[in-house]
Ligand binder design. Structure first.
Ligand SMILES: Nc1nc2c(ncn2[C@@H]2O[C@H](COP(=O)(O)OP(=O)(O)OP(=O)(O)O)[C@@H](O)[C@H]2O)c(=O)[nH]1
Ligand SMILES: [Mg+2]
Length: 410
């Protein structure tokens, strides 16, 4: 059930509803009907109009519908009113997304974050049909992470929320330590970002020779993945794959993304994957930019990748490509465009690198292996007692070992 409040928004409402249908199928529902209503002002009791509610009720009876999903966030009282009026279970877009997250989260922190978001969302909504009819509608909206059933007892929920908060705190500290260790290794990090289903994981697999699961489902990836990526000039960087973004993502849900977004915030470089074969790619691109601005990471270098070019004719490509800033045309499927992307990554990362010469005393031999591992060694001379190594290295390394730099580079 979608609602729009000005005639201009009609198309957008229909697109959004189609996306909602994909989300519903991803959660295991069978979509029987889609309805949109034009309503200038949302009804405080039912969100949509009273007449529409009666129509909806009749439609449910006729088609055997046992779950109605609203494309709008509903107040707890609205959920109860609508459920009473149509006598079927009602959830909103946010609950549906949380439900998908609940099934997808794999990491400990991911699971905790999702459960926390669900419980916070459910607490004011207790007493709705979810309580009694959780078996109907495939249980959608009542699943906890790992398929356990959420418990609907106010006191229990409050205790559980407090417990989860403490657990998350511990995991956060642990992750922070891990990240510090990684940062101390000074390898630059590139993060894939983009709308859900844009092909981020497929590209991740292509670039890092991995086989992380990809799927046509929305929100297939939830937990961040990090692998090493070797660029054409031999330089190493880390690449992270993350959760996708989607329109109308409310703040409660953004918290559940936090683990992933931390990686994005720390990235030296963002790779924005855009599905050029999707007719809504521009809106999706805007939505992604909105989330990035809220992080905020917009001052980071960013590479726009137009993915899935194998799906649309070349003539269309050049027209659409003009709408995106300095894009790389790519197919994560066929591999076309991969080298161009690798070159662009290397070029942007090398701006963060300097070419310097170190004079390394024998006692500090491990600096030489560090330069080989993290930098690109251009020349070595070991005829003198101190070894001379000319290399292109991350600026952070040059700074840290300043005392060994030769001549004016100090
Ligand atoms: N034809 C074609 N299909 C692609 C390409 N890249 C990805 N796909 C398909 O698009 C779908 C989504 O790909 P994923 O890599 O799972 O997308 P994602 O961005 O990681 O999606 P989420 O993790 O759900 O946010 C899958 O069915 C892929 O096979 C491409 O270049 N060409
Ligand atoms: Mg993915």
């Amino acid at each position: 059930m979608g609602v729009y409040s000005s005639p201009r928004e009609k198309w957008e409402a229909q697109d959004s509803l189609e996306e909602l249908a994909s989300l519903a199928r991803t959660a295991g529902a069978v979509v029987l009907e889609s309805v949109v209503q034009f309503k200038e002002k949302r009804d405080s009791r039912f969100c949509i109009g009273k007449g529409k509610i009666i129509e909806l009720s009749e439609l449910c009876q006729k088609e055997g519908i046992n779950l109605v999903i609203f494309d709008e966030p509903l107040f707890p009282s609205q959920v109860r009113n609508i459920e009473d009026a149509i006598d079927q279970k009602v959830i909103d877009r946010n609950q549906l997304i949380l439900d998908i997250f609940a099934r997808r989260a794999r990491s400990k922190e991911g699971k905790l974050q999702v459960e926390l978001a669900q419980l916070n969302y459910l607490l004011p909504r207790l007493g709705g049909k979810g309580l009694y009819l959780s078996q109907l509608g495939g249980g959608i909206g009542t699943r906890g992470p790992g398929e356990t059933k959420l418990e609907f007892d106010r006191r229990k929920i409050k205790n559980r929320i407090a417990k989860i908060r403490r657990q998350i705190q511990r995991v956060v500290i642990f992750r922070e330590q891990q990240r510090k260790r990684r940062e101390s290794r000074l390898i630059p990090l590139a993060s894939l970002v983009g709308y859900t289903n844009a092909g981020k994981t497929t590209l991740f697999n292509l670039l890092t020779n991995s086989d992380a699961p990809t799927s046509h489902d929305l929100f297939n990836t939830l937990d961040p993945l990090i692998r090493r990526l070797r660029l054409l000039n031999g330089q190493l960087c880390l690449l992270s794959d993350t959760v996708g973004f989607i329109r109308k993502l409310p703040p409660e849900l953004i918290a559940a993304f936090r683990a992933t977004l931390e990686e994005v915030k720390k990235a030296d470089l963002l790779i924005n994957v855009i599905d050029i074969s999707d007719p809504n790619f521009l809106e999706q691109h805007k939505e992604v930019n909105k989330v990035l601005e809220s992080l905020p990471v917009t001052h980071r270098p960013i590479i726009n990748v137009l993915n899935k070019i194998d799906l649309i004719p070349t003539t269309m490509l050049s027209v659409q490509g003009r709408m995106i800033d300095n894009p790389i045309y790519l197919s994560a499927f066929t591999g076309e465009g991969k080298d161009a992307l690798l070159r662009r990554i290397a070029a942007l990362l090398s701006e963060r690198r300097v070419a310097v010469t170190f004079e390394i005393p024998p006692a500090d031999g491990k600096l030489r292996s560090l330069l080989h591992r993290e930098g690109r060694v251009l020349r070595e001379d070991s005829r003198l007692e101190n070894m001379l190594v000319e290399a292109e290295v991350p600026k952070a390394i040059a700074r840290k070992y300043r005392k060994y730099l030769v001549g004016s580079e100090k």
